[in-house]
Design a protein around this ligand. Structure first.
Ligand code: ADP
Ligand code: MG
Length: 366
């Protein structure tokens, strides 16, 4: 079926695949713009179900539920990249799915993703495909150590990765990641991690937000600080990477590219780590420090509406509330200059993202 792209009308419903906190914040942004959402997620406890006009709790393989979902929405977007490709195929025959499949395919697999970056002249760590323990030994010879062995698919918050520091760590490492297709990636001695959030619409209009500086703890994002403590040239280059990726994919929606910044002794200081074809945790600061948040920007792009201004009016530090951090709720609510956001998850678990705070201060520079 040929889909004719057109703008959504106020009151139309956007379908969102995935019901986590990102879906929840997208639904909130949609409602602010006078649009409704229908969240589809297999988890009955989905945080996004609380804030959406319609929801379906069903597996991604349930064609009857998908058919009903497709019939009830004007177009579909998603909050996470691990949606089974068969689900997207099924929906795509019936209506527009944005961002489209190419972006999903590229980012679902670390090998495809890295090849894609290289194909558009964006630097990556050295990498080597690994499908067995034997391949791993070969890869170690080729890449050297230290290195990271990462599953090609389904990794997040450092899951599905092992760090190989010395040769003793190599034995049994493939088994430790569940004997799944993987890549070995050289360890990047970065001085900082930064990210760029870009939005692009059907007309090819692209906007980027100020570059964010990210600190991870136990491979989970802990804080995002904006402005990042980087020079103008690096900031410009990072924005350019966001734009190049968005254009290369003919992308519609918000995307994030995570980057490693190397020390000044390197010729090329920016190395792409991974991309996310969706709103991103390192863009949560936009909620409090910009007029138009990444969530609203994504909804605008998906609706076929003009993108908004990305200017930042304040300096900001976003801190993720992980596990029991959320229990400081009353103190955080009382903190000066601080916006508190609770994802409404019913169960607190160690390592689980429960909410975040944005601490804003007057803009100093940049
Ligand atoms: P995830 O999908 O879990 O976010 P990432 O590849 O982004 O996976 O890894 C999580 C974190 O682990 C990164 O943000 C970075 O801090 C660290 N890391 C990952 N790959 C490398 C690498 N090649 N060199 C150095 N640190 C890395
Ligand atoms: Mg990451």
């Amino acid at each position: 079926m040929k889909v004719i792209k057109k703008m959504l009308n106020p009151g139309d419903t956007i379908g969102i695949l995935g019901g986590g906190q990102l879906g929840r914040m997208m639904a909130l942004a949609a409602s602010k713009l006078g649009l409704k959402t229908h969240v589809y997620c297999p988890d009955p406890d989905s945080p996004a179900f609380d804030v959406t006009a319609f929801h379906t709790c069903a597996d991604y393989e349930n064609e009857e539920a998908l058919e009903d979902f497709a019939n009830s929405v004007a177009r579909v977007t998603y909050e996470f990249e691990n949606i089974p490709s068969a689900t997207v195929e099924f929906l795509k025959k019936r209506l527009l799915v944005l961002p489209d499949e190419e972006a999903l395919r590229t980012s679902q697999d670390r090998l495809t993703e890295k090849n894609f970056f290289r194909s558009i002249d964006i630097q990556t760590a050295s990498f080597y495909e690994v499908s067995s323990q034997e391949d791993l030994r070969e890869a170690v010879e080729f890449i050297g150590l230290p290195a990271l062995l990462k599953t090609r698919r389904f990794g997040y918050d450092g899951k599905g990765q092992v760090f190989l520091k010395s040769i003793e760590d190599v034995d049994g490492a493939f088994e430790r990641i569940g004997s799944q297709p993987a890549i070995l990636e050289s360890y990047v001695p970065f001085v900082k991690e930064i990210s760029v959030i870009a939005a692009r619409n059907e007309k090819g209009q692209i906007v980027t937000y100020d570059i964010a500086e990210n600190v991870h703890k136990d491979q989970i994002l802990k804080t995002t600080t904006v402005p990042a403590d980087i020079n103008e040239g690096i900031a410009r280059e990072a924005r350019k990477i966001g734009e190049t990726v968005a254009d290369a994919l003919d992308y519609v929606g918000v995307l994030a590219v995570e980057l490693f910044l190397l020390s000044e002794t390197h010729d090329h200081r920016l190395v792409a780590n991974e991309m996310a074809p969706r709103v991103h945790n390192s863009g949560h600061w936009t909620e409090s420090a910009c007029l138009i948040s990444q969530f609203e920007q994504h909804i605008r792009a998906v609706a076929g509406w003009p993108l908004g201004n990305t200017d930042r009016h304040s300096d900001v530090v976003m801190t993720n509330l992980i596990g029991e951090d959320i229990e400081a709720r009353q103190d955080l609510l009382a903190k000066y200059g601080t916006a508190f956001h609770d994802y409404g998850k019913s169960e607190t678990r160690a390592g689980r993202k429960m909410g975040h705070i944005n601490r804003i201060t007057p803009k100093k520079h940049g």
